[in-house]
Design a protein around this ligand. Structure first.
Ligand SMILES: NC(=O)c1ccc[n+]([C@@H]2O[C@H](COP(=O)([O-])OP(=O)(O)OC[C@H]3O[C@@H](n4cnc5c(N)ncnc54)[C@H](OP(=O)(O)O)[C@@H]3O)[C@@H](O)[C@H]2O)c1
Length: 381
C-alpha cells in the first residue's frame, strides 16, 4: 500500500450543508502494470471544486457512494513510476492532467477524475495513481512555467474545445458574410478569457466583461476590449422576483437596458456574434437579448444556476445556435497550439501554499480571489 497526505472532502449529512476540507493520511494500492504513480507539482482551483464543497447541485461523495473524496482535476504532475505495460511515459516525465475517466465512443469525456468519477483521486493528494490516457506530456523543454500549465489543464483545454464548436457554428451560417465584423464577448472567468484570446488570434473583435479594476487592467494588457460589469448594478436575473416584485423588476430592466445600449453601441447595432456565457441563470436573459441574428451562445458552465427558461420561438426565428460542451478530447492538440502560440493563462499571483488550500477554497467560494487562475502548490519542485 502507498500512504500519503491529502485534503479530503468528507461526505455530507445529506441536507446540503457545505463541506470543508480535512487534512488526512490516505492509503491506496500500489499501481498495477497499466497505471502510473505520480506526484502532483501544482494544481489549480476550479469552479467544480467549489461546486463540490457547496454540495451544489449534488453531494459528489454521495453520488459516488464514498465516505470522502480527494478533489482536484487541474494540475501538472511528475511521473514517479510507470507500470510495465505503460507505453510512452517514463519516470521523471512532466504531464498535464487530461481529466476524463469515462469516455464516449467519440472520445469525449463523460465523468471527470477527482470529481464525479467513482474511485478516483485528484491532485489535492501528494501522491496518486492514474491511467496513461488521463495524462498528456508537456511539450519538451517548454517555454512556459509549470504553474501556467497547471492553470491550462482544465480552463484552457475546455476553452479550446468550446471555441472550436462555437466558432464553427457561427461559420456554418455566416461564412458568406466574411467581411462583416465578428464580435465575440464573454462574461468573466478563465475559460472565457482563453476563448477570447483564441478569437483575437483569429482576427475577431474580442470583449471581456469584468467586475474589478485588476481584471480590466489584465484584459487590456492582453489586448482585449473590456466592459465594466459594475456599470449594470442590478443585472442579476431571478425568475420568481421578476414575476412578483415590481421594484426588483424595474431595477433589473434598467440594468439590462443599460447593458443592451452598450452592446448596440459597441457592435454597430448588430449585437454580439458569439457570446461565451459560463455564468448561467443570473445573466442568461441578458446574454440572449444581446445576441445578433444567427448569434451563438456558447457555454460549458453554470456558475449562478443551471435551470434556464428559453423562448424557443424567438430563438428559432433569430436562428440562434446554443453550444454546450464539457471538458475536451483534445488536451494534447490544445497544448501544442499553446506552446507554439504562447496561448497560456497569464498568471498574476503567486501559487498558494499547500497548507493554505482551505483558505483559498473559502475565498474563492466568496468571490474574493481576484486572479482568474488560482494555482496552488502540492509538491513544488
Ligand atoms: N464543463 C466544463 O468542462 C467546465 C470547465 C471549466 C469550468 N466550468 C465551469 O464554468 C464556470 C466558469 O468557470 P471559470 O473557471 O471560467 O470562471 P470562475 O473561476 O468560475 O470565475 C467566474 C467569473 O465570473 C464572474 N462572475 C462571478 N459572478 C458573476 C455574476 N453574477 N455575473 C457575471 N459574472 C460573474 C467573475 O468575473 P468578474 O467579477 O470579473 O465579472 C469571475 O471571475 C464555472 O461554473 C465552472 O465550474 C466548466
Amino acid at each position: 500500500m502507498i500512504t500519503t497526505e491529502a485534503w479530503v472532502l468528507p461526505r455530507g449529512p445529506g441536507d446540503g450543508t457545505p463541506g470543508e476540507l480535512r487534512l488526512e493520511r490516505i492509503s491506496f494500492e500500489e499501481p498495477s502494470d497499466d497505471e502510473v504513480l505520480v506526484e502532483p507539482l501544482y494544481g489549480c482551483w476550479e469552479g467544480n471544486m467549489t461546486h463540490a464543497l457547496e454540495r451544489s447541485p449534488v453531494d459528489v461523495c454521495r453520488q459516488r457512494g464514498e465516505a470522502g473524496i480527494v478533489l482536484g482535476n487541474a494540475g501538472v504532475v511528475r511521473i514517479l513510476h510507470a507500470g510495465r505495460s505503460v507505453r510512452g511515459l517514463r519516470e521523471g516525465d512532466l504531464c498535464g492532467l487530461a481529466s476524463g475517466v469515462d469516455w464516449d465512443p467519440a472520445g469525449y469525456p463523460k465523468t471527470i477524475l477527482g470529481y464525479d468519477a467513482p474511485g478516483t483521486s485528484g491532485v489535492l493528494a501528494k501522491r496518486l495513481k492514474l491511467r496513461p490516457e488521463q495524462l498528456f506530456l508537456l511539450p519538451p523543454a517548454t517555454r512556459h512555467s509549470l504553474p501556467q500549465w497547471a492553470a491550462f489543464t482544465i480552463r484552457y483545454v475546455t476553452a479550446w474545445d468550446n471555441w472550436q464548436v462555437a466558432h464553427g457554428a457561427w461559420q456554418l451560417q455566416m461564412k458568406h458574410m466574411a467581411q462583416r465584423p465578428v464580435h465575440v464577448w464573454s462574461w468573466g472567468g478563465g475559460v472565457g478569457l482563453g476563448e477570447l484570446l483564441l478569437a483575437r488570434e483569429a482576427g475577431l473583435q474580442a470583449t471581456m466583461i469584468c467586475g474589478s479594476d485588476r481584471r480590466i487592467a489584465l484584459c487590456e494588457r492582453l489586448g482585449l476590449q473590456t466592459l465594466d460589469r459594475r456599470r449594470y448594478d442590478g443585472l442579476a436575473y431571478d425568475d420568481a422576483r421578476f414575476a412578483g416584485d415590481l421594484a426588483y423588476r424595474r431595477r433589473y430592466m434598467q440594468a439590462e437596458l443599460a447593458f443592451l445600449d452598450d452592446v448596440r453601441q459597441r457592435t454597430d447595432g448588430a449585437g454580439v456574434s458569439i457570446f461565451i456565457d459560463n455564468i448561467g441563470a443570473s445573466v442568461y436573459r441578458a446574454t440572449l437579448n444581446a445576441l445578433a441574428r444567427q448569434g451563438v451562445i456558447a457555454t460549458s458552465g453554470w456558475k449562478t444556476g443551471l435551470q434556464l427558461a428559453v423562448n424557443r420561438g424567438r430563438e428559432c426565428i433569430a436562428r440562434h445556435i446554443h453550444v454546450y460542451t464539457h471538458g475536451s478530447r483534445n488536451s494534447l492538440e490544445a497544448s501544442v497550439h499553446a506552446e507554439r502560440a504562447g496561448w497560456l493563462p497569464p498568471l498574476d499571483e503567486p501559487a498558494w501554499p499547500w497548507d493554505r488550500i482551505p483558505e483559498l477554497a473559502a475565498r474563492y467560494g466568496r468571490g474574493e480571489v481576484d486572479t482568474y487562475f488560482p494555482v496552488f502548490e502540492v509538491n513544488p519542485p
